[in-house]
Design a protein around this ligand. Structure first.
Ligand SMILES: Nc1nc2c(ncn2[C@@H]2O[C@H](COP(=O)(O)OP(=O)(O)OP(=O)(O)O)[C@@H](O)[C@H]2O)c(=O)[nH]1
Ligand SMILES: [Mg+2]
Length: 220
């Protein structure tokens, strides 16, 4: 019985995710789903990204949190539309909550929607939201073995961001081991090594975003 129920939940989620994807595709909008552990730096990366593309790209953010609007408030100063979803205990966003968030967005005026999922490396990887790309964000203090321990996220993602590289000298994190683990799981995936604190590597992330927009042919 439990198995049937779980299948229904996933089927319902998938149908709505496909609907979300078509709605965005009709308008040429891209959507990224950013997934990481709590505290890896999702909101900080969004702050840097919104600041960089302010006045250049039309971006909205959907913020997923169990409770509070703290992250939404952090992103408010950058002039983009920010929608907060509280999952009230749920460990991931689903496609229905994203469809509800769309009701508060003027989709005709957007080029890119960035979703900050609930901090968790497991559940969010299982739920398609209708995004074009899942982005896996890992930070140095979590350890270099995360790709091996949470393989689904790394297999499902289109890009991996390694954040907090400024902390490498203070930890036993091995870049070589990390890169090898990633290659074993997902041979061709781009890995961007960044520090939101120093700004190192951020230009690679910004260029990657622009490349996706160009490839998709997102209208101006
Ligand atoms: N040293 C260092 N700290 C960073 C870096 N990026 C973010 N931080 C810090 O890490 C902490 C958590 O960052 P957040 O951006 O709030 O992380 P998050 O993934 O959004 O967290 P949740 O929304 O709670 O899951 C903050 O204190 C940031 O200042 C970095 O590159 N280097
Ligand atoms: Mg956050």
């Amino acid at each position: 019985m439990d198995i049937v129920l779980m299948k229904n939940v996933l089927d319902r989620n998938q149908n709505k995710a496909d609907e979300n994807r078509s709605r965005l595709s009709e308008r040429g909008i891209l959507m990224f789903n950013i997934i990481s552990s709590p505290g890896a730096g999702k909101t900080t990366l969004l702050e840097k990204t919104l600041a960089h593309f302010s006045g250049v790209l039309k971006i909205a953010v959907i913020e997923g949190d169990i409770t509070t609007d703290r992250d939404a408030r952090r992103l408010q100063p950058f002039g983009s539309k920010i929608i907060q979803i509280n999952t009230e205990g749920g460990c991931h966003l689903d496609s229905h909550s994203i469809a509800k968030a769309f009701e508060h967005l003027d989709l005709d005026k957007l080029q890119l929607i960035m979703v900050e999922n609930v901090g968790n490396l497991i559940c969010p990887a299982e739920f398609d939201l209708g995004e074009n790309h899942k982005i896996a964000l890992i930070s140095v203090p979590e350890g270099d073995d995360k790709p091996v321990k949470y393989p689904l996220l790394f297999r499902e993602s289109s890009a991996i961001i390694l954040n907090k590289t400024d902390l490498i000298p203070y930890t036993n994190f091995s870049l070589e081991r990390f890169r090898n683990y990633v290659r074993e799981l997902n041979g061709s995936i781009p890995v961007m090594e960044i520090s939101c604190t120093t700004g190192s590597g951020l230009s690679v992330w910004f260029d990657w975003i622009l490349a996706q927009i160009k490839e998709k042919g997102v209208p101006e």
